[in-house]
Ligand binder design. Structure first.
Ligand code: 5FX
Length: 539
């Protein structure tokens, strides 16, 4: 893992929910150092579980802001102690769990400007936060504020058109509203509000870091068209909120040099630049080097889809964020709850619990499954909001069962048709050169990947995403230095390792699945109507 002794380095940090991670890359984009601080085990004094505190109401979820500060002390101390030469770091950037907020207390900006290198950040910033427990993305206690925000702007769809998402409880806007309403004095004592990402950048800068437009899109406060704050959303949230937030900046911005604290305490060079930090999902998009037209499908407990979008069409489902590596573009994020657990359940019931037999069923059944289509929502699905198992034959008649082999194909085709349908609804389109990047547990199954390739009529590649947010931050640090002179992100990271080709579409795939997608959309509408009438009749 050692870099050539004189090579310049780029650091990426990720302040995620459970740990703080760091990665260092050299000029060839090779990873030369990785480390992490697990919050629960390394900092037990904060008494977190999975990095958070779940409050008695089960809805409020927070993390101690000083835990993040202390984790940075520990990480940098260890890098220094073990001889990592921080003077070679030319630029650094980072990411944070999205939506979480940090409330800096009046006077904190003065403190940040004059940090004494003989003391730890944890010692120096003890009194710098108006709110010691930061709301994080797992919080769902702000339902009322979400309703108020949607009503103030003219409805959920209008809010999605402005900010890229309808109101979500974990998004920062409703969290700020809630704090202002129930902790009046703490709010009055607040001099600046940061996201987790811009808070972390502020530590390195020795002053308040701007919120970048990509992570800023996860607040329900940013107009994703103008990439500036939306007046109407700010007003509905708190008076003069723009003063507390500062102006948003493009995600590729160089914010300034590291503060003298880091030069004197850790030996960073005075020339080391801080590139705007962003959210973990945008940083992952950078780590995967997703291109225009690409789609990343993470096949895990729940399936997540990341998209590069040129012309977004925000909707009542999913999220559209400003793109972190290209100021003209967007990215979208969709979450599907019924992923691997449903695939395992059908494997157990229709393939004797064997992935071998599951794969054989996919090999032995034709593309399009002779017109049979299935929806498998074992638990209430997020995208779309429906529940239950619904099977249809080639005449669109609902049937109660399918043969085991047909069931397996109906499940896998149905899941991928759904991923494609909902991606297209947000403005995604398959274009020549589109790649599907698959990751997560099920991405090791070649037959599943073949169906994915056929449904999207695009080649499927696999990629290891375990460190993508951190790596993406290191790539963004490197790119930030040249972005202003017009060098694209992709030109600056072209030496990075390429994903591996796993499947190419069958020649008939386009014809089969373009037609099937239209039928799938109509049947999904029927399933939704059935689910909502069932919900009404269940009271
Ligand atoms: C995205 O909207 C989320 O809430 C999560 O993926 C967090 O970013 C996890 F850190």
């Amino acid at each position: 893992m050692a870099a050539a002794p004189d090579s310049l380095l780029y650091l990426g940090l990720d302040f995620s929910t459970q740990q703080l991670k760091v990665v260092a890359i050299d000029e060839n984009l090779s990873v030369v150092y990785q480390n992490s601080v697990q919050f629960d085990s390394k900092l037990p004094e904060f008494r977190t579980q999975g990095g958070v505190h779940i409050h008695a109401d089960r809805l409020t979820v927070t993390s101690p802001v000083l835990m993040w500060v202390k984790a940075l002390d520990e990480l940098l101390d260890e890098m220094k102690r073990t001889g990592f030469d921080l003077s070679r770091v030319r630029a650094l950037s980072g990411s944070g769990q999205q939506h979480g907020s940090v409330f800096w207390k009046t006077g904190a900006s003065q403190t940040l400007k004059q940090l004494n290198p003989d003391q730890t950040l944890n010692q120096l910033l003890q009194d710098s936060f108006a709110v010691k427990d930061s709301p994080v993305w797992m919080d769902s206690s702000s339902r009322q504020q979400c309703q108020d925000l949607e009503a103030a702007v003219g409805g959920a769809l209008r809010l999605a058109e402005i900010t890229g998402s309808r109101a979500y409880e974990r998004f920062t806007g409703s969290q700020i509203s809630k704090l202002r309403q129930i902790r009046v004095q703490d709010f009055l004592d607040t001099e600046r509000i940061s996201l987790v990402s811009s808070f972390a950048a502020s530590l390195f800068l020795g002053g308040y870091a701007a919120i970048d437009s990509s992570d800023g899109s996860g607040m329900n406060l940013l107009d994703i068209g103008t990439r500036n704050w939306s007046e109407i959303c700010l007003e509905a949230t708190a008076p003069h909120l723009d003063r507390l937030l500062g102006a948003p900046v493009p995600s590729t911005s160089v914010l300034g040099p590291v503060s003298s604290y880091f030069v004197h305490r850790y030996g960073f060079s005075e020339g080391c630049r801080v590139v705007a930090f962003t959210g973990d999902n945008p940083a992952s998009l950078a780590g995967m080097r997703l291109h225009q037209g690409d789609i990343a499908v993470s096949l895990g407990t729940s399936d997540t889809v990341f998209l590069w979008i040129q012309q977004p069409r925000p909707a009542l489902e999913g999220h559209v964020f400003c793109n972190p590596v290209d100021q003209e573009a967007y990215m979208a994020l969709l979450c599907f709850k019924n992923g691997s657990l449903t695939r395992e359940r059908v494997r157990n019931q229709s393939a004797g619990g064997s992935w071998e037999l599951f794969s054989a069923a996919l090999r032995d059944t034709p593309l399009g499954n002779n017109g049979n289509i299935g929806f498998y929502f074992d638990t209430m699905e997020i995208t779309p909001s429906a529940v239950g198992v619904h099977r249809f034959d080639s005449n669109n008649s609902e049937v109660s069962s399918l043969s085991p082999e047909v069931e397996v194909r109906a499940l896998v085709e149905g899941q991928f048709l759904s991923r494609r349908l909902h991606a297209e609804r947000l403005g995604y389109s398959i274009i020549p050169g589109t790649r599907v990047l698959a990751t997560g547990g099920a991405s090791s199954n070649k037959e599943i990947l073949q169906v994915l390739s056929d449904v999207f009529n695009a080649p499927v590649y696999t990629i290891d995403l375990s460190n993508s947010a951190c790596l993406g931050s290191a790539y963004r640090a490197l790119h930030g230095l040249v972005a202003e002179s017009g060098v694209s992100f992709f030109d600056s990271v072209k030496k990075a390792p390429e994903p591996q080709l796993m499947a190419t579409p069958h020649p008939t795939a386009k014809q089969v699945y373009d037609q099937m997608l239209t039928r799938f959309a109509q049947l999904e509408e029927r399933v939704l109507q059935k689910t909502s009438s069932h919900q009404i009749s269940c009271g």
